[in-house]
Design a protein around this ligand. Structure first.
Ligand code: SAM
Length: 368
């Protein structure tokens, strides 16, 4: 296994800009909506006796989706301490669309629009490293982000770009890498959070599945297999460079609940730092699939599903495949357009084959 030295180092450098992610992420928005009661319960558990409260969203993206989560937490805080100054922090990679983020923060759904005494801050950098000072965070949240690996990876992987379809030893190598990342994520949060602070987060996950060749049913599996199919077709036609594809792994890892809880139980520093309030694994609805069931409109389904996929995979596919197959940035963009057109066609042709499997683990932690 090797970290990729030619591609940009982070596994992702943001979700693409100018509102594209915001308008193609109703699944992520729905998942955040489903966390409302957990967010309220966690906010009610906070000690609001201090002079200021700090809330952070790790892996915020352009932020429209998390405005609802900020409102939920702030509502609970304001109910008890209407005057308490709050710092709302938004963390993501440097390539995130920060203009979209701050447009959302002060837009019609943004908390600056209807709440006082809140200061918005950006925290720029990888959440696998420090993104806040020690002991300052009262409330952390993170949605649909912690399943991304820390860095791009290249290893021989002909025939698959999804972690759970890899043969050994590659599969074990990725699992070890994801375990190191997860432990690093938790250690950083242990350092940043105040005693009594709460962390509510979700991430794509997996469950054991004896019938699957890989032994697990992983979130997003249908989509990643479809991406692999389109990439292989384009490589057969000579548009995607074969050597780039044969060593490209999409840098996400969907953890089992046991993998999420392992470091919290086994690492004494983490065990001392956190109480696990809740850990659950659920299969959430996919708006694209619900709409297909209701209307039978396969063309609309394929368009919406391909748009959803493009919003969070294009930057990574461009760095890992398209830029390596094209002579310049315009040609890489043209290849991306072809790729996502083909993906849409594939979804329209076989609407039942590539269901996303929106499997999400939720973890609620209390800093001791
Ligand atoms: C699918 S988006 C989710 C965005 C938002 N939380 C939501 O639910 O709509 C994943 C986000 O995680 C961010 N991300 C991935 N790895 C990260 C890292 N190491 N540090 C900070 N952000 C990261 C990506 O840049 C992206 O904005």
């Amino acid at each position: 296994m090797s970290s990729d030295t030619n591609a940009p180092h982070p596994a992702t450098d943001g979700m693409g800009g100018r509102g594209y992610y915001d308008s193609h992420s109703s699944a992520q928005k729905g998942a955040i909506h489903s966390q409302e009661e957990r967010l309220r319960d966690a906010a009610r558990a906070l000690d609001l006796g201090g002079r200021e409260l700090r809330i952070i969203d790790y892996g915020c993206g352009p932020g429209r989706n998390s405005m609802a989560a900020f409102h939920t937490v702030l509502d609970e805080v304001r109910r008890r301490r209407p005057d308490l100054p709050v710092v709302a922090m938004h963390n993501d990679q440097i390539g995130n669309d920060w203009n979209d983020l701050f447009a959302n923060v002060r837009g019609p759904d943004g908390y600056l629009n209807d709440m006082d005494s809140i200061r918005a801050e950006a925290s720029v950098g990888s959440f696998f490293g420090p993104v806040a000072s020690a002991g300052v965070i009262d409330f952390g949240m993170s949605f649909a982000a912690a399943h991304w690996l820390d860095s791009a990876v290249r290893m021989p992987s002909p025939g698959s770009l999804f972690f759970c379809d890899l043969p050994e030893p590659a599969k074990g190598d990725i699992a070890a890498m994801a375990a190191r990342d997860w432990s690093a994520f938790l250690k950083q949060r242990a350092r940043e959070m105040k005693p009594g602070g709460m962390l509510v987060m979700d991430m794509l996950s997996a469950v054991p599945d004896a019938d699957a060749p890989s032994g697990v049913a992983a979130g997003g599996a249908g989509l990643y297999r479809a991406l692999g199919e389109v990439a292989r077709d384009l490589a057969d036609e000579g548009d995607v460079a074969r050597d780039a594809l044969d060593t490209f792994i999409f840098p996400v890892y969907c953890r089992l609940c046991d993998e999420i809880s392992a470091p919290l139980a086994q690492d004494s520093a983490l065990n001392d730092a956190f109480e696990v309030v809740e850990l659950t694994n659920e299969l959430l609805p996919m708006p694209t699939e619900e709409a297909l069931k209701e209307t039978g409109d396969t063309a609309a389904y394929a368009k919406a599903y391909a748009g959803f996929a493009r919003a969070f995979t294009e930057a990574t596919l461009t760095a890992g495949l398209f830029a390596r197959s094209a002579s310049n940035a315009d040609a890489a963009k043209a290849l991306a357009n072809t790729f996502f057109d083909r993906l849409e066609t594939l979804f329209a042709t076989e609407p039942d084959k590539y269901g996303f499997a929106h499997r999400v683990a939720t973890l609620v932690l209390r800093r001791k």
